[in-house]
Design a protein around this ligand. Structure first.
Ligand SMILES: Cc1ncc(COP(=O)(O)O)c(C=O)c1O
Length: 361
């Protein structure tokens, strides 16, 4: 096998090696079908078992009952930026949005096309380097939307906002399944698969069925109507079959790892190692977000001597440490350390950064 590198890409991102190996083993013939999963009919018994088991495992891992439905859809998490207001932002109502940068800004831009929204809090005043606190939500809001982890800036909500009975909707694209939360507080969670739970091509919606009571009472486009996908169990049309199969394997991997409690513990250890190193680097490396808002998934930092950043990124590549360039909109460095990036990968990165500092101080 070609040597595997440590992958710090922000998404598509690292997948667990065990999952890739299992997919490889089954690639030419899934079970005894004589076909790859890619070739199976989505209406076949074998595929039905794959998708149903994946849905069941998502709910089990999140600790949710069947008051919730798990949908695997195509179109990317970005599709939800439109679908949410399209379904739930009725005329005469207002939805509350929190702007924590890039992806939430995009969600806001789309929602404005569908109706009235209120940006109740924003961290734009400090270039989105923190998560706003003590937010006053409108108790009559149609719903509240926030982004739990900000992939580009490297900030993360440390707790779920208290919103009473207002439906809470969250873009969890870059920290879905990375920690244990009380997921029953959400009416709708969505996440692109390509960061923590699978390949690109599918995204996940975990939706509480009772939120349908709040849908617009108009003739919605069939494919953009949550009810369509809930009623048809995510099989209204041909779903992204292979990505869903891989998500299913990742769900088994999470269960075998001990569930979200164990995953969270490992993620804390990993993020702790990297942030401690940055904080103790005598200012050679500088974290770019407020400490109490730091993401455990996307660690963003710069070098005091900014001219050295490109060199660090290039040298890291030669050591098999891939993807530490910051997002093109903000620059600097970013290490995305999702579930599938092992602790030894962070050790290798820290080791490299320490040597780079020594050689360039
Ligand atoms: C937090 C967040 N939301 C939404 C998206 C958009 O996801 P997609 O490319 O699946 O539409 C991303 C992509 O990186 C993201 O990080």
């Amino acid at each position: 096998m070609t040597k595997r590198i440590y992958n710090f890409n922000a998404g598509p991102a690292a997948l667990p090696l065990e999952v890739l190996k299992e997919a490889q083993k089954e690639l030419l013939s899934y079970k005894k079908t004589g076909m790859s999963v890619m070739e199976l009919s989505h209406r076949s018994k074998d595929y039905d078992e794959i998708i149903k088991t994946a849905q069941k495992n998502v709910l089990e891992i999140l600790g949710l009952s069947d008051d919730y439905k798990v949908l695997f859809l195509g179109g990317g998490a970005s599709m939800q930026f439109a679908m949410i207001p399209y379904n739930f932002l009725k005329e005469g109502t207002v939805a509350d949005y929190v702007d924590t940068g890039a992806w939430s800004t995009k969600a806001i831009k789309e929602a404005k096309k569908a109706g009235n929204i209120h940006v109740v809090a924003s961290s734009e005043d400090k270039e989105f380097t923190y998560i706003p606190k003590d937010i006053k939500f409108d108790e009559n809001a149609a719903y509240i939307h926030f982004t739990s982890n900000n992939t580009i800036r490297g900030t993360q909500w440390q707790t779920i906002p208290e919103v009473g009975n207002i439906p809470l909707i969250c873009d969890m694209s870059s920290d879905f399944m990375s920690r244990k939360l009380d997921f029953s507080k959400f009416s709708l969670i969505y996440a692109g698969a390509q960061k923590n739970v699978g390949p690109a091509g599918a995204y996940i919606v975990v939706i509480k069925k009772d939120i349908l009571e709040r849908q617009k009472k108009v003739n919605l486009f069939t494919m953009l109507n949550y009810e369509t996908h809930i009623k048809k169990d995510s099989m209204f049309n041909t779903p992204p079959t292979f990505p869903i199969y891989i998500i299913g394997l990742v769900m088994k991997w999470i269960k075998n790892a001990g569930g979200l409690e164990a995953i969270e513990k490992e993620n804390e250890k990993k993020a702790g190692l990297l942030y401690d190193f940055i904080d103790n680097s005598d200012g050679f490396y500088i974290g770019t977000t407020e400490k109490e808002s730091r993401s455990k998934m996307n660690v963003t930092f710069i070098l005091k001597n900014r001219d050295l950043e490109a060199k660090a990124i290039e040298e890291a590549k030669t050591k098999g440490l891939i993807g530490i360039k910051g997002h093109r909109s903000v620059g600097g460095l970013r290490a995305s350390i999702y579930n599938a990036v092992p602790y030894r990968g962070i050790e290798a990165l820290v080791d490299f950064l320490a040597k780079f500092k020594k050689n360039n101080s």
